[in-house]
Design a protein around this ligand. Structure first.
Ligand code: FES
Length: 576
């Protein structure tokens, strides 16, 4: 018996022969769409996060044109639409505050329109999770196209990486090692082409997650933004989106538990950003897959970092692509039983079919599992009285000798307090101190700022101290490094024990035992708690208020509580 073709959503708009058909089709014709485009062919949305305010996505109009060509070649009807774009560099207080808002925009824009499938254009950090979260809550056929990393930064004969060298050069400036003129020159050398951060920061990590989850085509993670092959990938994705609609290949068929487990292991193997933890949990909760912090620790244990990229290593995304890119990493994992080989991907093949013969051209950049770049690179999940709902640390970016450490707390009540005091030569702090930063979590900032990698005090920098234990409820840029404990849950603003830490308290970190303890008696903590008052909402109204009232903690993905799950692809009632 012939298989019944899935009914297209768009037919409920464009296939009508009544007043609604005239409304739905008629206004589309005002830009020259011929009548034969409404013959029941798949309508593919091109969900675009282009914005001049998101420099990482500044080439997305060009990418969208290539997707459009691909859709047309495959017999589809492309319709591009904008959604809220989230630029990491300009948005204040944080782009993360708006990730959930943008995901709502994506979800509602897809569902409310005559779309059968969608191509998601994403680049800068939060544009990837917000589009995947929104599309997952609709669950139609969807394929991701990342914008690609910038070319490598080149400064006076050396390579510099976005973020990673931003931190190091700003520390050099503060320590008086470079001049302001050199600092300005480096800015221009770092950002010299279209594309997103070209270290293995959050954007490159999330582009790798798109590929590892099977939501994007092979090669998605690393092709430089300005390499013509990025445009080819976009075009192929456009073609493929049409086919996916015909096959009924919805997101939930790709975003399975196995796909997320693959993504967690790939994240460890690339030394990926800690932000992936929050984003993957949030995406999983939208599509209905159970994923917990412990999954990251359990699945990442024993997975080694295979790529020598900043911030954990030396090279940049451009080198990674020329060395073979993510396919070479996935092949290594698959050949060593660290991959669900049968996980389905957007091109209709399994992840193993796509990658089993992927070559590696440069073993200085991509290492084999048997001789890894760094051992045991998974995310470590800590527990203890300071973080009963968990905290994380990225061992591959930390200093080995600080992974077991006991020291006295130097407490900063918020980031302004930190900035006010950190440069003070009289600040009582030494290399053994544990820097504690409060009120930078989801509610507290609001939006969980990337400030967990607090810069060290200049007086210690000048003495050659390069790393110290730092603890906060904040996030850290994927391009940053250090012995930094992040995502402490519950956060200080939600009444977590972090709120109760005082200057001079002893704190013990033991990453091997996965422990983080505040060495203060229970009675004393109870006494302090009785004096603690919850913060007021940062604003009385609007999205900030909605966010403050509903945001979940980091261990639950920091989504809004009412957004978990999906509402599906139902066609809403007629509009007139
Ligand atoms: Fe956009 Fe880094 S600032 S990816």
């Amino acid at each position: 018996m012939a298989k019944k073709k899935p009914e297209l959503r768009s037919v409920k708009w464009f296939g009508r022969e009544d007043i609604y058909g005239m409304i739905y089709r008629g206004w589309m014709k005002n830009r020259g769409v011929p009548h034969d485009q409404f013959d029941g062919r798949p309508v593919i949305g091109i969900c675009n996060t282009w914005s001049e305010l998101t420099p990482c996505n500044s080439h997305f109009r060009t990418i969208a044109e290539h997707v459009r060509n691909g859709v047309l070649e495959a017999g589809g009807f492309p319709l591009e639409f904008p959604v809220m774009s989230l630029g990491e560099t300009l948005l204040r207080p944080t782009a993360m505050l708006y990730r959930n808002l943008a995901s709502m925009d994506v979800e509602e824009s897809i569902r409310a329109n005559p779309l059968d499938g969608v191509v998601l254009l994403m680049g800068c950090d939060k544009t990837t999770p917000s589009l995947l979260m929104g599309a997952a809550s609709v669950d139609i056929p969807a394929i991701g196209v990342s914008g690609g990393p910038m070319l490598s930064g080149k400064y006076r004969g050396t390579e510099i990486g976005s973020g990673t060298n931003t931190w190091s050069m700003s520390e050099d400036l503060r320590a008086g090692k470079i001049t302001l003129a050199e600092f300005h020159e480096a800015e221009s050398c770092m950002n010299r082409s279209h594309g997103h951060c070209m270290t293995m920061g959050t954007a490159s990590t999330m582009a790798s997650m798109v590929e590892a989850l099977g939501v994007g085509l092979p090669g998605n993670a690393a092709i430089p933004a300005v390499d013509a092959r990025r445009n080819v990938l976009a075009r192929m994705a456009g073609r493929r989106a049409v086919e996916m609609v015909k096959e009924g290949l919805t997101l939930s068929k790709l975003l399975t538990r196995e796909a997320f487990e693959n993504a967690i292991r790939v994240n460890a193997a690339i030394g990926g950003s800690t932000n992936a933890v929050i984003h993957l949990i949030a995406i999983a909760r939208r599509i209905g897959v159970e994923l917990s912090l412990e999954d990251f620790d359990r699945l990442g244990r024993g997975v080694h970092c295979l790529v020598n990229l900043m911030p954990s290593g030396k090279y940049l995304m451009e080198d990674f692509y020329y060395a073979g890119g993510l396919p070479a990493v996935i092949r290594e994992l698959g050949a060593n039983r660290l991959l669900h080989r049968d996980a389905l991907t957007a091109n209709g093949k399994t992840i193993w079919e796509n990658n089993r013969e992927a070559p590696c051209w440069n073993r200085k950049v991509i290492f084999p599992v048997k001789k890894p770049f760094k051992k045991n690179a998974g995310i470590a999940v800590l527990r203890g009285n300071l973080c009963p709902d968990g905290a994380i640390i990225k061992p591959s970016a930390a200093t080995p000798k600080l992974m077991k450490h006991r020291g006295r707390a130097v407490v900063f009540e918020n980031i302004e307090d930190f900035h006010r005091r950190i440069d003070d030569p009289k600040l009582e702090i030494d290399r053994r101190s544990v820097m504690v930063l409060k009120n930078c979590g989801p509610k507290g900032y609001p939006g969980m700022a990337e400030v967990g990698n607090m810069p060290l005090p200049p007086k210690l920098l000048k003495r050659g101290v390069t790393d110290m234990v730092r603890i906060s409820d904040a996030r850290m840029s994927g391009t940053a490094y250090g012995t930094v404990v992040l995502h402490v849950a519950p956060e200080a603003a939600a009444g977590g024990a972090l709120a109760l830490v005082e200057n001079g308290d002893e704190i013990e970190l033991d990453v091997a035992r996965r422990r983080l303890e505040l060495l203060v008696s229970g009675e004393e903590l109870e006494r302090r708690r009785s004096n603690w008052r919850p913060p007021e909402p940062p604003l009385e109204r609007g999205y900030w208020r909605l966010y403050f009232d509903h945001v979940l903690q980091a261990n639950e993905g920091a989504d809004l509580d009412f957004l978990a799950g999906k509402s599906g692809a139902f066609v809403p009632r007629d509009n007139h």
